[in-house]
Design a protein around this ligand. Sequence first.
Ligand code: CO
Ligand code: CO
Length: 313
Amino acid sequence: MQPFNENLIVDYKNSDDAGIYKLTDEIALVQTVDFFPPIVDDPFKFGQIAAANALSDIYAMGGKPLTAMSIVCFPDKTLDINILREINAGGLSKLIEAGTSLVGGHSITDTEVKYGLAVTGIIHPKKVRLNNSLRDGDKLILTKPLGNGVLNTAMKGGMVKPESIETAEKYMLQLNKYAAEISDSYDVSACTDVTGFGLGGHLCEMLTEGGVGIELWYDSLELLPEVEEMVSMGMTPAGTFRNKEYRKEYIANYEEVEPEKLDVIFDPQTSGGLLFAVLASEADSLLKELKEKNVHAFFVGQCNSKIKNLFVK
Ligand code: CO
Ligand code: CO
């Protein structure tokens, strides 16, 4: 436990996407860090995806990313240094798109490549979007199709079409900036981004003890191409099993849900979309505006105080 500090608005305790520290009544810092090993073969695209993923946690809190520092692990004795240049260039391209300045970084020699960013942003202290402040009746919208964990596993097994991988990459390297900006003028009660815990895991993080429950509308979910086929062939990443095990008791009807559906719901995502809880009366217009502005978006469910935890419909 760290000592109480009245300026510390969000810390590590509630699995929020980023920490928030109030500087003045008008302005607070938003800080996050994320890095991981390559998930695609192309080093430039890997840099782009890692940067989009790291920036996403600032957008999920409702913040604006201002500066970033890179974190690099690289086997400089065994790999061509041009690979690292490509990774950095990919990351920088996304920072430029985000209007975020790269201010520095740190690299070490390691046996495996890893890359990511520590990002600092700002937000109005009263406009912070927590992940667990759902209201009864709020509708849930997600802004990227699901299943990139499944496709990544299937790709390693050479099972999936290259076009499907390309589609998955297209979404992973997409910034959540546009979705966040569009949502800014809507009554959003809670927001997070869908990453390693899968849609199901992140929905569970949104639940609070004794608070409103969530109906998950499985048939309304939009998936990347070939995801269902790959799941039925058993192309499930190891993370899915951990995610299911960890959150099982929060799924009210876990035993009744088809195992293939659970594999989709708990598929760990890399650089997934934003998950908004929006006032029901504004939900259709938010969905419409997102789509009109070329952000992939669909309903995933609705908050309901009559149910406990998560119910898969
Ligand atoms: Co996050
Ligand atoms: Co994160």
